[in-house]
Design a binder for this molecule. Structure first.
Ligand SMILES: [Zn+2]
Length: 151
């Protein structure tokens, strides 16, 4: 996916919108380097939902690069786990969260996408209200844009 210039360009632009002095980019925003760093002995690696060390739920960017416990959890993809094509887009999404030293939240990334596309943040007609579903709305909103560019 990252070999595609449209995908790489979209991510570079998005990271440029969310990076701050307080939460700077990891590895200059190089997604493959960040992925390798997460999977190095310096960070927390990958975990499959339901496996030892996982947390309840499906897909997460756990910990942070700054605290040396950055980890990616990927849910169980049905019907074909492990090497399923479905894991790669999730891995990309969660790696983008870890592109910030202190993690870029779904809300940060949604605002970045909204600033780029000039579209309101919403998912299936629902907008953030300050409630517990906001994280899901933010996540789905920016992930939908990611999927348009990274196939
Ligand atoms: Zn997310």
């Amino acid at each position: 996916m990252l070999k595609d210039e449209e995908c790489a360009g979209f991510i570079k632009d998005l990271l440029g919108r969310v990076a701050t002095d307080q939460n700077p980019l990891v590895e200059g925003g190089d997604i493959l380097k960040i992925y390798d760093l997460i999977n190095s002995s310096k960070q927390g690696g990958m975990v499959r939902a339901g496996a030892p060390g996982s947390v309840a739920g499906a897909n997460y960017a756990l910990g942070t690069i700054a605290t040396h416990n950055a980890r990616i959890q990927i849910g169980v993809t049905i019907p074909s786990p492990a090497t399923a094509a479905g894991d790669a887009p999730i891995g990309l999404h969660e790696t983008i969260h870890h592109a910030g030293q202190h993690v870029y939240f779904d809300s940060d990334l949604a605002k970045g996408v909204s600033g780029k596309t000039h579209t309101p943040i919403e998912w299936q007609g629902r907008r953030p209200t300050g409630g517990p579903d906001d994280r899901f709305i933010y996540s789905q909103y920016w992930n939908a844009e990611l999927k348009k560019h990274c196939k």
